[in-house]
Each structure stands twice: as structure tokens, then as C-alpha cells.
Design a binder for this molecule. Structure first.
Ligand code: SF4
Ligand code: MG
Length: 330
């Protein structure tokens, strides 16, 4: 199997400089401190499994999860608790994620309570965190319903930051929010990343946001990464037919480009994840496969393509050299 790496250079609880996390089979990526990895794909593509395996640090169904070179399945409770402080999550829907019966100060302090921080220190930390996310520290005694959607997501961010994590998983953090307040939350996330030298795993289906905030992007299809590389490069020159389809389905604000560009369309639905597929698991929907002569198709039908690197981008397609066929004439 492959390995996903989170090199961690901030110091703190890890004794060594490099952290390694391994989760879903066929998934491998690296996030540097202060950097954001965008993880994109349709629902059902394996994004949620990837998140869960990273967060829970439980033994995955296949392979192992390594953090800082240690197999989490072999760690004792105390070591696991210590490692879990370093990885936190911000959920998609702030209303569903916050207990309506708890004052937001208690919600934000909950991870600290779990980790044994004393009440006076918790109160001080909550005030600091509220200030950090642009909320009035005086509001700690109020309840979630007294806040707007954007403010509630700020509470969710404050809670995620309570334990001073190094990696924050952002699971579609603005997609449940009104469009008019999305930019404010995105800007806050960007500021916090810089200020605290955080690493983000930004899970999204909105490609425009990924393009704006991520440094690298991983495109997932049926539990695999099919394309992985620097955002600017992948968006300017998508190579995998699935990435091409995702990017061409996203609206472009410029009407001239919008009218003239060639779209790469996908047929059919995502196959069931339990279905056994010979060869490339994108084949049933692949617009490039449909264009290939039979002798080239044979490879797609028999051999599962692995990621292979050209320049700075890794792509899992046997016929990536022909994929420009799909976008020719853009
Ligand atoms: Fe399409 Fe074949 Fe490439 Fe898979 S390997 S993406 S089926 S062209
Ligand atoms: Mg999901």
C-alpha cells in the first residue's frame, strides 16, 4: 500500500519532525505546515472514509495508519489521546455540529476538558479562542441559536483549534453557509492557517473554493486518488479524464470562456464501491476510453492504473498522453 505523509515541523508533542498517516488503500498525500490540500470528488468517492480513518486513528480495514512513524494500532491509550490533539475537524453544518443545550464557551472548551485542562485555564483559553475567530469573548455564555450561521461556524473553528492542532480537517466548511458569508469564513481560515502555521485537509466538491484556498489538490474516485498535484498545475492542465470532467463541469465566471469551452461529460453514475471492477475502475464512465481503439482499451480493461508522475503531477490513467483529445479546441 501507499503512505500519506504529514511532515510536521512545528515542534510540540511529536518527538520527530516527520509525521506519517496512512488510511484508505490507494490514497497517498503530503501536507506541509502552513499548506492546504484540497480533497475533491463526488459524494461516495471515499472522502468521508479518508477523514474518519485519519480522525479516529482506529485500525483501518486495509493497511495501517502511521503517525510520526508509529502504527496507531500498537499505541496505548495515553499516546493515542496525545496524538488526537494534533488532528481536529470542522464540520460542514455548524448547527448540527453544536449541541443546542450547551453555551458556546462549554462547546469550545469540550476538547480541553477531554484532555484534562483545569476550569480556570479553560475559561482563559475560550476567551482567547473567541477573540482569535473574531467573536466577542463576552459571548461565551450564549447558546448556539443566538448566533448566525457564519458565527456558529466560527464557534466550530474555535472548538477545533482549542487543543492547538497541527492538522485541521475542514469538511466542506462553508457549503452549508449563505454565499454572502462564505468569503468571511474562508478569509478567517486563511488568516488562521498563516498565523498558526496549520495544515488543512480541505474536503470539498466546490472546485472554485479549492482553487482559491488549496496549494495542492487530490482528486478521488471510488476510494482512490486519480490525480494529485499543485493546484495551479492541475487546474490549468487536468490530465485524468475524471479531473477534466470535474473541472469542465464547474462554472467559469467569464461568459466568453464559458460559451466557447469544450465540456468533458461523464456518462452514468458512480458504481457501487463494493462492485468488483477489472482494470481501471473509472472505465464505465470514462469519456477517453470511449474514444480509444480496441487494442488500447484492452489495457484499461485488464490493469488497474497506478499513479504515475509526470512533472509535478501524478495521474492514474494508462492513456494520459491521449487525454488532451478530450479538451482539444478549448
Ligand atoms: Fe479511462 Fe483507461 Fe485512463 Fe481509466 S485508464 S481513465 S478507462 S483511459
Ligand atoms: Mg461525504
Amino acid at each position: 500500500g501507499l503512505v500519506r505523509h504529514f511532515p510536521l515541523t512545528k515542534g510540540g508533542v511529536f518527538s520527530r519532525q516527520i509525521g506519517t498517516v496512512r488510511a484508505v488503500d490507494g490514497v497517498s498525500f503530503t501536507i506541509q505546515p502552513g499548506q492546504t490540500l484540497g480533497l475533491v470528488g463526488e459524494s461516495g468517492c471515499g472522502k468521508s472514509t479518508t477523514i474518519l480513518e485519519i480522525l479516529e486513528m482506529t485500525k483501518p480495514q486495509a493497511g495501517q495508519i502511521l503517525i510520526d512513524g508509529q502504527d496507531v494500532a500498537t499505541l496505548g491509550r495515553a499516546d493515542l489521546l496525545r496524538l488526537r490533539k494534533d488532528v481536529q475537524i470542522v464540520f460542514q453544518d455548524p448547527m448540527a455540529a453544536l449541541d443546542p443545550r450547551m453555551p458556546i464557551g462549554d462547546i469550545i472548551a469540550e476538547p480541553l476538558t477531554v484532555h484534562g485542562v483545569k476550569p480556570a485555564a479553560r475559561r482563559a483559553r475560550v476567551a482567547e479562542l473567541l477573540d482569535l475567530v473574531g467573536l466577542d469573548p463576552q459571548m461565551a455564555d450564549r447558546y448556539p441559536h443566538e448566533f448566525s450561521g457564519g458565527q456558529r461556524q466560527r464557534v466550530g473553528i474555535a472548538r477545533a483549534l482549542a487543543t492547538n492542532p497541527r492538522l485541521v480537517v475542514l469538511d466542506e466548511p462553508v457549503s452549508a453557509l449563505d454565499v454572502s458569508i462564505q468569503a468571511g469564513v474562508i478569509n478567517l481560515l486563511e488568516d488562521l492557517k498563516e498565523q498558526l502555521n496549520l495544515s488543512y485537509l480541505f474536503v470539498a466538491h466546490d472546485l472554485a473554493i479549492v482553487r482559491q484556498i488549496a496549494d495542492t489538490v487530490a482528486v478521488m474516485y471510488l476510494g482512490r486518488i486519480v490525480e494529485y498535484g499543485p493546484v495551479a498545475e492541475v487546474f490549468a492542465n487536468p490530465r485524468h479524464p475524471y479531473t477534466q470532467a470535474l473541472i469542465s463541469a464547474a462554472p467559469i465566471p467569464d461568459p466568453v470562456i464559458e460559451r466557447s469551452r469544450k465540456r468533458v461529460l461523464l456518462e452514468g453514475d458512480l458504481p457501487s464501491p463494493t462492485e468488483q471492477i477489472d482494470g481501471c475502475n473509472f472505465r464505465s464512465r470514462c469519456p477517453l476510453y470511449a474514444l480509444l481503439p480496441p487494442q488500447k482499451r484492452a489495457l484499461c480493461e485488464s490493469i488497474d492504473p497506478l499513479l504515475s508522475r509526470v512533472g509535478t503531477v501524478e495521474t492514474a490513467c494508462h492513456h494520459v498522453e491521449h487525454s488532451a483529445l478530450l479538451t482539444a479546441g478549448v
